[in-house]
Design a protein around this ligand. Structure first.
Ligand code: CA
Length: 226
């Protein structure tokens, strides 16, 4: 899952970025409204954290621009003002949620998880397929009764594939949602991460879950063949 933080206060941005990366999110950061609006409309984010008081362009304007593009990405706005009037204005501009500064990090993370869930999923949902489970909050993966240790990127890759199981995922879709803007789109990083993940997940005596779709990408599902 890839998140964009638009925040001009470096300390807040740094601590948010570190906390989100510790939870295996890929994170990009923009320090003003203009750059934030550009990144939001250029890349495919799963969620945007948007401060309202920003240099160059206010958060509310950025929010409107994103919605005018027809993008449905969840937007969580931050603001020092806590009047219900401000709250209503921001929600009407297209924000999905709103938090007043200063905020408690734990609450922000809980709200992010709530915004990221699919409508039918509960916040604490454990993702699963066959006898493989992934707990996004506790960062635990199991296959059968065996716990599997995954490095950060492989965990994020598996989480993305589980949230989109049964759907063909192209390299660019995976790149957009699992890697941040510093990733090199021409490297073989996706292939090498898939290869490594496969070795750990698709054990010889288990049903294979990660399949290559030649020329199209990858899919996570249960297939009787192979
Ligand atoms: Ca600010």
């Amino acid at each position: 899952m890839r998140i964009l933080i638009v925040e001009d206060e470096q300390k807040i941005a740094d601590s948010l970025k570190a906390s989100l990366e510790a939870e295996f999110f890929a994170v990009d950061h923009a320090e003003d409204g203009q750059h934030g609006s550009f990144l939001a409309r250029t890349n495919e984010y799963d969620l945007i954290i948007l401060d309202n008081m920003l240099p160059k362009k206010k958060g509310i304007e950025v929010c409107k621009e994103i919605r005018e593009e027809g993008l449905k990405v969840p937007i969580l706005m931050l603001s020092v003002e806590d009047s219900s009037e401000t709250k209503i204005i921001l929600l009407n501009a297209g924000a999905d949620d709103y938090m007043t500064k200063p905020f408690v990090l734990g609450e922000l993370l809980a709200r992010i998880r709530a915004l990221l869930r699919r409508p039918q999923q509960a916040v604490n949902t454990i993702l699963e397929i066959n006898n493989l489970t992934l707990n996004p909050q506790r960062c635990i993966v199991t296959r059968g009764d065996k716990e599997i240790y995954l490095p950060r990127k492989e965990f994020a890759l598996l989480e993305y594939m589980l949230r989109n199981q049964g759907i063909a995922l192209s390299r660019s879709m995976i790149m957009e949602h699992v890697w941040d803007e510093n990733a090199d789109p021409f490297s073989n990083t996706i292939e090498s991460h898939i290869l490594s993940l496969r070795k750990k997940i698709d054990l010889p005596n288990e049903r294979k879950l990660i399949h290559t779709l030649p020329g199209r990408g990858y899919i996570l599902d249960i297939r009787s063949s192979e």
